[in-house]
Write a protein that binds this ligand. Structure first.
Ligand SMILES: Nc1ncnc2c1ncn2[C@@H]1O[C@H](COP(=O)(O)OP(=O)(O)O)[C@@H](O)[C@H]1O
Ligand SMILES: Cc1ncc(C[n+]2csc(CCOP(=O)(O)OP(=O)(O)O)c2C)c(N)n1
Ligand SMILES: [Mg+2]
Length: 298
C-alpha cells in the first residue's frame, strides 16, 4: 500500500499545496488560493475580496477568555487579511460550532464583541450557520467579503528583487500582552499604502515574520535578507520573539528602494500613530532564513 502520511507529517503549507490541484476556479476569479484573500471580478470598478478565517478554543484563545474578546478576535482576523490586500471589509457570515452545554450568555457575549468591531469597520453581520459539537468545544469561523478598487489589490506574489521590506507596528509578545485579542486590523494603513501605488507586495503577519516572510518570498520567486537589529521589537520582548511568536496582525510589505523616503513620509503624515520600519530587502536568490514561526499541525 502507498504511504499515506498523517497531516502532522506533511504540515500546514504542504497540506494546502496538495489541495490546490483538487480545487477548481472559474474565469471570474482573478487570484485564487495562496494569498491573504481571494480576488474576484466585482461590479462598478471594484474587485471583490473573499476571506474565511476561524478561531478554535484551545488553539487561538484560552477557554477562560472573555466572550466579547473571542468574538472580536474571530472577526478581526479576517478583517486584517482584507486590509492586507488594500481593501475595505463589507459583509460577514458567521459559523458557530459549540457544545450544547455551553451557556447562552457566552454566545451573546461573542456576538456583542463581534458587533462592536463590525460597527467600527462598517461591516454587516449578514448571517451564518450554527452546529453542535460532539464533545465540549467552541469554534467560530468568519467568512468576510471586502472591496478594493479594480486592479488595486496588493498581492504577496509581486515583490521584485532589490525591493525593501517593511513592517507596521511592533512585533512579538502578542499572546502574553493580549495583543492577539485586542489588535486593531490595519485597514486604514493598508488602504493608504495600496492607494499610493508605491508598494509592490503586501500580506498580514499572522504566523510571525519567520513563517510569513518566506511565504511572501516564495510566492514572488525571491529570497530575502533581514537585519535583525532593525526589527521593531515590542518592549519587554526579544528579536527572536518578534520573529517567531506570531499573531502580530501587522502589515508586511515591499517597495522599490527609490520609493523609501516617499513611503516613510506618507506613513508619518497619514498614520503617524503606526510606525513603519524598513527591516531588510528582497534578494534574487534565497539568501537568509529566519527561525520558525507558528505552523498548524506541527
Ligand atoms: N482548507 C483549505 N482549502 C483551500 N484553501 C485553503 C485552505 N486552507 C488555506 N487555504 C488557502 O491557503 C492560503 C493560506 O492560508 P492561511 O495561512 O490561512 O492564510 P492567512 O494567513 O492569510 O489567513 C490562503 O490563500 C487560503 O485561501
Ligand atoms: C490558546 C492559544 N495557544 C496559542 C496561541 C498562539 N497562536 C495560535 S494560532 C497562531 C498563529 C495564527 O493563527 P493561524 O490560524 O495560523 O492564522 P492564519 O495564518 O490563518 O491567519 C498563534 C501564534 C493562542 N493565541 N492561543
Ligand atoms: Mg487562515
Amino acid at each position: 500500500m502507498a504511504h499515506d502520511p498523517a497531516i502532522r507529517q506533511v504540515g500546514e503549507d504542504a497540506l494546502i499545496r496538495r489541495l490546490l490541484p483538487l480545487m477548481t476556479v472559474n474565469d471570474g476569479l482573478i487570484t485564487g488560493p495562496g494569498d491573504d484573500c481571494a480576488v474576484a471580478r466585482g461590479a462598478r470598478g471594484a474587485d471583490l475580496l473573499l476571506k474565511t478565517d476561524c478561531v478554535v478554543e484551545g488553539m487561538h484563545f484560552l477557554s477562560g477568555t472573555e466572550p466579547e474578546l473571542i468574538g472580536r478576535k474571530a472577526l478581526a482576523r479576517a478583517v486584517s487579511d482584507i486590509g492586507a490586500m488594500g481593501g475595505v471589509p463589507r459583509h460577514a457570515l458567521v459559523t458557530l460550532l459549540i457544545h450544547a452545554d455551553r451557556p447562552v450568555s457566552q454566545v451573546e457575549g461573542i456576538y456583542t464583541g463581534m458587533r462592536r468591531l463590525a460597527e467600527q469597520f462598517g461591516i454587516s453581520l449578514a448571517g451564518g450557520e450554527s452546529s453542535g459539537l460532539p464533545s465540549d468545544g467552541l469554534i467560530i469561523s468568519v467568512a468576510l467579503t471586502g472591496e478594493v478598487p479594480e486592479g488595486k489589490a496588493v498581492l504577496r506574489s509581486t515583490a521584485h528583487a532589490g525591493d525593501l521590506i517593511a513592517v507596521t507596528g511592533v512585533l512579538g509578545g502578542s499572546f502574553p500582552t493580549a495583543h492577539h485579542l485586542t489588535f486593531t486590523p490595519r485597514v486604514r494603513e493598508g488602504g493608504i499604502l495600496a492607494a499610493s501605488g508605491l508598494v509592490t507586495a503586501m500580506m498580514d503577519l499572522s504566523d510571525g515574520l519567520g513563517a510569513d516572510l518566506p511565504r511572501l518570498a516564495a510566492a514572488s520567486g525571491l529570497g530575502f535578507r533581514v537585519q535583525e537589529e532593525l526589527l521593531p521589537v515590542r518592549q519587554g520582548f526579544t528579536a527572536a520573539q518578534a520573529v517567531a511568536d506570531g499573531e502580530d496582525y501587522e502589515l508586511l510589505m515591499t517597495f522599490p528602494p527609490r520609493r523609501r523616503e516617499e513611503i516613510l513620509r506618507l506613513a508619518s503624515e497619514c498614520f503617524p500613530e503606526t510606525p513603519l520600519t524598513v527591516i531588510g530587502e528582497m534578494t534574487p536568490e534565497p539568501s537568509s532564513s529566519l527561525p520558525g514561526g507558528y505552523r498548524h499541525f506541527q
